[in-house]
Design a binder for this molecule. Structure first.
Ligand SMILES: C[S@@+](CC[C@H](N)C(=O)[O-])C[C@H]1O[C@@H](n2cnc3c(N)ncnc32)[C@H](O)[C@@H]1O
Length: 316
């Protein structure tokens, strides 16, 4: 299967809430920093028409091929860019977009990428690759076959929150060389046995997530992407983030909390030393979750957590 012959598109998650919290207005300028198959980009353009424009970015060029087909009707209103959102400041400057009415980050991967055999992101199929950007050099195969046991355990533990990280790392090192995702999954199952005791996850889920994070440097990209996105907001422009994994959601939550706070000195400091100034305000203090109806019709939305901030006027 290639991305090019797809007919059923990835269903965008919480699309009504995304449009609502972005506050999409006619003729506005928006940025979809995780375009994927363009479901959210399309909804934003529909809500902003006539006159709305969007910068739609993705690290995976295959996804942009699909999105271009889906957004054919709005082709004059979209600028597609194949890049990492950690480069969004540079991309916006090159495209001469200085400030956005709204930016969206729908983090992680799409169901299509999970299913694509060539990417090997799922433990069911494919080579140990896991790159979103096929031009990038580091692959899961290189990590699995060359990192030492301690490094592997650290990755499984930090990026997968895997309690049996050391046991899995030792088994991986003993089983080298490994070249396919199902092969690695089998090694993990043998190392840790049946299912996770307190969850219904496949035993390889956390280790696979960890490898994907390491291959694509996901947490650092999210940190940099958030930082640059906030800089690109117009006063009162909004940044909406959807996260599905607790690790990335925690990153978003921590960042939004810090950037919506004027002083970030430790609690015992009586007089502010840091001089930190809030750059955004929290639009919703609590996370926004999908409706029961959406979870029923699109189970993938189950773990979605939406957070939103608004840019502050310069004198705030
Ligand atoms: C959940 S999907 C987005 C789905 C999209 N909202 C839609 O409606 O089709 C996440 C997308 O973000 C992309 N992505 C993940 N990390 C990225 C990064 N650091 N920079 C750019 N794109 C990234 C993935 O390639 C994937 O296409």
């Amino acid at each position: 299967m290639t991305a090019d012959n797809l007919v059923i598109y990835h269903t965008p998650v919480m699309v009504t809430e995304v449009i609502h919290y972005l506050g999409v207005r006619l003729g506005g300028l928006y940025g979809d920093l995780t375009c994927g198959e363009g479901g959210h980009s399309l909804a934003i353009l529909e809500a902003a028409a006539p006159g709305g424009r969007i910068l739609s970015l993705d690290a995976d060029p295959d996804m942009l091929v699909v999105a271009a087909r889906r957004l054919q009707h709005y082709k004059d209103s979209v600028t597609f860019i194949n890049n990492n959102f950690s480069q969004v400041a540079k991309v916006a400057e090159e495209q001469r977009f200085t400030s956005f009415d709204g930016l969206l980050m729908d983090l992680g991967i799409s169901s299509r990428q999970l299913e694509l055999e060539s990417k090997g992101i799922s433990f069911l199929r494919g080579p140990l690759d896991m790159r979103l950007d096929p031009e990038q050099e580091l692959t899961a195969e290189e990590i699995v076959n060359t990192y030492d046991e301690k490094e592997l355990a650290h990755i499984f533990s930090t990026y997968g929150e895997e309690p049996r990280a050391r046991r899995i790392a030792a088994a991986v090192v003993r089983s080298r060389p490994l070249s396919s995702s199902p092969e690695l999954a089998e090694v993990i199952v043998k190392a840790v046995g049946g299912r996770h005791s307190r969850s219904h996850l496949h035993p390889a889920t956390r280790a696979f997530q960890a490898l994907r994070y390491e291959v694509n440097d996901e947490l650092n990209s999210v940190r940099t992407g958030l930082e640059q996105a906030v800089d690109l907001l117009s006063p009162t422009g909004r940044l909406v983030v959807l996260a599905y994994e607790s690790l990335t959601d925690r990153e978003v939550k921590t960042y939004f909390k810090r950037e919506s706070t004027n002083c970030i000195c430790p609690p015992h400091v009586v007089e502010c030393q840091c001089g930190h100034k809030a750059r955004v305000r929290l639009v919703s203090r609590k996370i926004v979750s999908p409706s029961e109806e959406e979870v029923r019709t699109n189970p993938r939305s189950r773990s979605a957590r939406l957070r939103v901030v608004e840019g502050l006027q310069a004198d705030n």
